[in-house]
Design a protein around this ligand. Structure first.
Ligand SMILES: *Cc1c(COP(=O)(O)O)cnc(C)c1O
Length: 370
């Protein structure tokens, strides 16, 4: 099997996260580590209290609102603590002392994690649990009932581990919708104005680890408690434009570069979605045309465009697939440790050509191992 040259390795990183970033962004990052031209200093040594960084934050806030088509009653926050901190920060803000339960869905690995954290803060109702179907599918509309009394409904738009993605907006218009979009944020238009709060850490689709983007509608905070630690208080973070304490300047700068790339090079989220759909169609097509050699894990209608999860006929063959692929230069293909199998993640920075190369590799591997 042909091996990829070392210059090509990064383009063929199919890791579930941290994910691959666009080449043009990495080139700008390399330059910025040495010197940010307009400042004359390394990005790693620029003060978070500088005018330059205030402008970085302001442009990033504007880019996120622009890409999502959101009006000015939404705020963009750049927080630390990952998506995991949002698992707690959301119910701390909206659920403490409430009698009516918030509605959650256990749709997979991350849906389960978020439920466990929310329970510590207040009453929750798990309105759907995918356990009995092995987390191989998502709920249909006729399996879901949303109550108007719920303080909010929370779900995970893309289950990164199982490769399941909602291709519609859930919930009802009179109850705030809250969504963990960590693994598909800015991968496609998402009707963001139907959500009261969206959070997504950067390291799957839009940057390095260290920063989590939170998009929050003003009205959601009207009854929020006043006694939270300021670091965990969305209002305090909004007031400080995310510079409440020393923020991860480097990670935030890289996310800014990714949003510029999405806006100027890609041409917005519809264009990004077209590219992502072609990549996913190519790879799922290869699974479906393999006569069962490669078996997709997720129900067809719930297939994720970001994480393509599949199995081969035995564990042993899966291991050989992953190691042969690694030898050929394709990295990050091991399934999540909780379920095994193979996972190819097709985040925004993954190029169509690299997915084509993976499909060619899979054809070769099948021919040699049938
Ligand atoms: C990876 C992932 C997380 C965990 O995020 P951390 O930043 O590590 O806390 C949460 N939700 C989803 C959907 C993920 O894919």
């Amino acid at each position: 099997m042909n091996k990829l040259s070392s210059g090509e390795l990064n383009k063929h990183n199919f890791s579930g996260g941290p994910g691959v970033l666009p080449d043009v962004v990495l080139e700008q990052v390399r330059e910025a580590i040495l010197v940010v031209p307009e400042v004359g200093l390394s990005v790693l040594g620029i003060s978070h209290r500088s005018d330059w960084f205030a402008a970085v934050v302001a442009e990033l806030e504007a880019n996120v609102l622009f890409l999502l088509g959101l009006p000015s009653n939404y705020h963009v926050l750049l927080l630390q603590g990952g998506a995991t901190q949002q698992f707690s920060m959301v119910p701390m803000t909206l659920l403490r002392g409430k009698e009516q339960p918030a509605e959650y869905m256990k749709t997979g690995y991350w849906g389960g994690k978020v439920v466990a954290e929310a329970r510590r803060e207040g009453p929750i109702d798990v309105i759907w649990d995918g356990h009995s179907s092995g987390f191989r599918r998502l709920p249909r509309d006729d399996e879901l009932e949303f109550r108007s009394e719920a303080p909010y409904v929370h779900y995970v738009s893309n289950e990164t581990v199982e490769g399941l993605q909602f291709h519609r907006v859930l919930g009802r218009d009179d109850v705030p919708r809250i969504c963990d979009m960590s693994s598909d944020f800015l991968s496609a238009p998402c009707k963001a104005d139907q959500f009261s709060l969206i959070y997504a850490h950067a390291q799957k689709n839009i940057g390095p680890a260290g920063v989590t983007v939170v998009v929050i509608r003003d009205e959601l905070l009207e009854g929020a408690p006043r006694d939270l630690p300021s670091f965990l208080d969305y209002r305090a973070q909004i007031g400080a434009h995310s510079i409440l304490n020393t923020p991860p300047v480097f990670s935030i700068y890289v996310v800014l570069l990714v949003t510029r790339w999405l806006r100027d090079n890609v041409g917005g989220l519809s264009a990004m979605d077209q590219i992502n759909s072609r990549k996913a169609d190519l790879l799922y097509g290869a699974l479906d045309d393999s006569d069962g050699f490669y078996k997709g894990r997720a129900a067809r209608e719930d297939r994720s465009k970001m994480n393509v999860v599949f199995n081969l006929r035995s564990n042993e063959l899966e291991n050989r697939f992953i190691s042969t692929a690694a030898d050929a230069g394709f990295s990050g293909l091991s399934g999540h440790r909780s379920i095994g199998g193979v996972r190819a993640s097709l985040y925004n920075g993954m190029q169509l050509r690299a997915v084509g190369n993976l499909v060619d590799f899979m054809d070769d591997f099948k021919r040699c191992n049938q």
